[in-house]
Design a protein around this ligand. Sequence first.
Ligand code: FUL
Length: 492
Amino acid sequence: MIRKIVFGLLMAATTGAGAQTIELVEQSLDNPANTPRPCFPIPNERQMAWQETEFYAFFHYGMNTFTGKEWGYGNESESIYAPATLPDCEQWVQAAKDCGMRGGIAVVKHHDGFCLWPTATTTHNVTRGGGVAAQVNIPKQFAAASEKLGMKYGFYISPWDRNSAHYAKSTYVTEVFFKQVDEISKEAGNDQFEMWFDGANGGDGYYGGANETRSIDASVYYDRPNLYDHIHSLQPNCVVWGDEGEARWIGNERGVGWETQWSPNTHTSGYEGDAEGWKWWPNESDAKATSAGWFWHADETPISAERMYQMYLETVGRNATLILNMPPNRDGVLPEATVNSCKQMGKYIAERLTTNLAEGKGVMVSDTRTGGDYSASNMLDGDKTTYWATPDGVTAATVTIDLGAPVTCHYVMLMEYIRLGQRVKAFTVEYSADGASWQKVGAVCTTIGYKRIIPLGNDTANHGNNARQARYIRISITDSRACPLLHTVAVY
Ligand code: FUL
């Protein structure tokens, strides 16, 4: 008889500053399939779904689009926001989809406090704008466009509010901010995948006419534990981004991830995370697809699709997600030049990182776990739920793929089965045309995590420089926190 013990408690892992709720882990005294023990911390379900979104858009649009500022002071007259036609959210989302993205996050309130939906919490909102402003409801319109195009949606709502007279008082949190979060859920529906809480909190502002500097202690002011619980009660699939949340900043806004990148973190971890970290706090990289600012500016130009692609390799390819900002203009659309760069980027992903030359090909491994199906072919079956594993205690192992004949390859892509934790600490990648002479790739090969892409020429800036003739690819895991588990190896 299998006696099952279900944890009666929600396990909480603390960072010292806050707590993370982990899904209930079902445990059994028997282990008939010899399933590897989880190597804690592990992601919760919504973090898994969030991670799989991989690459998504940021849309900064609002009062600043019309003033040309990046940070409004909060005293801007509502009439300045005067769109002649409704913002075309479907055009935004389509551009994101064509870029190879799986979702997007729209700003619905920036630090200036102007709300892009008809809120009851403040008069500083679209209903008092000019043109067709009164019909604007970004939470609703953006969510509807995303659902129509099969894309995920989320929102950025600035905790700092330079317009509100309540800011820095307790009434702001209870009467304004919590209620705004509720209203967005009401407008957008309950399937948000991420809510973005900016780290900019307090400073000078209008504050209802006080025109002064107000500061708060963000670690206690927003009542984050209750706020986040409240969000999850409304939005069970919504990862909260930011301090004490469920996803974190990567440490720069240039789209450059760290080559060593752990999702486990401790309170004192640097941006690379920490193999021994207590909290699953995965990495998100926010970067801009245009030259000027987060908001649209008349003199902006889009970055090239090659640069976007480099960012992708250096973030998604380094165990992070990439949120790339594309600002809509005063007509409520993305400029044509931005759309074109995005389309080209989408083509690059489709052409360069989609056809797995290793799928269904031969694979040899040094070690395979017994007692269940942990065979090497699981890495090449295109199924993320099956994985290869070594026996307990075996933390070094090799995987050799035989493509059948020498072919031109550019990248090796690896994915750990992170549902049971991030494990690999060091590995090497080699390639060979004949199985006799081997070349080692010069990249820093430490962590893998959710996804790692290794360019064979170690060049993230120039795709062509990575072309290599190879029949065999050998991955040697040399160190791991516990037996390694890989669910996918791809060769492109
Ligand atoms: C920053 C903000 O202050 C910027 O204006 C922008 O919204 C960026 C994504 O985050 O912290």
